[in-house]
Design a protein around this ligand. Structure first.
Ligand code: ACO
Length: 276
């Protein structure tokens, strides 16, 4: 049963044929991320995880920014002004959606970078499963430019996708780069012309929507956890995860796929998905 997405003006959700377009919605502030935005985003992502209208999540920004990073006023100054306990809560609520929730989300996620992407915005970008950018979008680890370190979990996040030399270069210089360079650095899957950004993202989302959602979820989790493990543990974990997948998959994809290939000879897994 579908419920309305929890309210607020900082996050805007549009549904379209199984895709939930989740917008950071503070275009007049270049989608800088405030404490209120974090609270709202936590509610929205929690709700979408069990909302049938959302098969794939696309995270993007309204206006000409993906996100200009943490809001210096509405996050840093606001959290400096409250008690230490509340300040830590603000950090926790921000980390929650930007990192943990997105990283281990039940549904596939695509970051669609439509413009400015600075500092703290790298965390949700990296924690989405996939990312597509406007080739002319502007990225930057601008923290150094105003006297802070890439904190939150930005430094950790970039180390998972960027090489050390490149990560250190941008951490230390705060130099801007465009979407094409973001692709070279491994931060995104593709950099496309701005006019093609939404259509390309929609096409990719549709590919994901055709897959068995249980297997897709298990495959995403398996990869994300296995990369943190040594080989012995990963081998044991992945074998168990495979068994678990067969157990929880109500669609019985493994059985269907095997039957259609081996017995019926009606499809070849190398060329595409089995008939669901
Ligand atoms: N925090 C707070 N307010 C912001 C932020 C931010 N991160 N980014 C933009 N804004 C505000 C501006 O102060 C301005 O507010 P105002 O209209 O009330 O004066 C409004 O958003 C529009 O921004 P402009 O600077 O006028 O927009 P412009 O298009 O000229 O520049 C740019 C865009 C380059 C993104 C610029 O706003 C900027 O440098 N922002 C900060 C980027 C940054 O370094 N973010 C922090 C990264 S570090 C971290 O996230 C931990």
């Amino acid at each position: 049963e579908n419920k309305p997405v929890p309210g607020g003006n900082n996050v805007l959700v549009e549904f379209e044929d199984g895709i939930a377009w989740v917008h950071l919605n503070r275009p007049e502030k270049r989608n800088a991320m405030s404490i209120e935005l974090a609270r709202e985003m936590n509610q929205v992502l929690d709700a979408l995880e069990v909302d049938d209208r959302a098969g794939v999540i696309v995270l993007t920004g309204k206006g000409d920014a993906f996100s200009a990073g943490m809001d210096l006023q509405g996050f840093f100054r606001a959290s400096d002004a409250v008690s230490d306990v509340e300040r830590h809560r603000a950090y926790r609520e921000t980390r929650a959606w930007q990192w943990r929730t997105l990283m281990f989300y039940a549904k596939p996620t695509i970051a669609m970078v439509n413009g400015w992407c600075f500092g703290g915005a790298f965390t949700p970008l990296i924690c989405c499963d996939l990312a597509i950018t406007d080739e002319d979008a502007t990225f930057g680890l601008s923290e150094i430019n105003w006297g802070i370190i890439p904190g939150g979990v930005v430094s950790k996040a970039i180390s998972t996708l960027m090489g050390d030399r490149e990560a250190m270069y941008y951490v230390m210089t705060g130099e801007k780069f465009d979407g094409r360079r973001a692709k070279e650095l491994g931060l995104v899957n593709e950099a496309v012309p701005g006019a093609a950004l939404k259509e390309r993202t929609r096409t990719l989302a549709k590919v994901l929507l055709e897959k068995n959602p249980t297997t897709l979820r298990q495959a995403r989790m398996a990869y994300k956890y296995a990369r943190e493990m040594d080989w012995e543990l990963a081998a044991e974990y992945l074998t168990a995860k495979g068994d678990q997948t067969t157990f929880v998959d109500r669609e019985k994809g493994r059985e269907k796929g095997m039957k259609q290939f081996l017995d019926e000879k009606t499809y070849k897994p190398g060329h595409g998905t089995y008939r669901r």
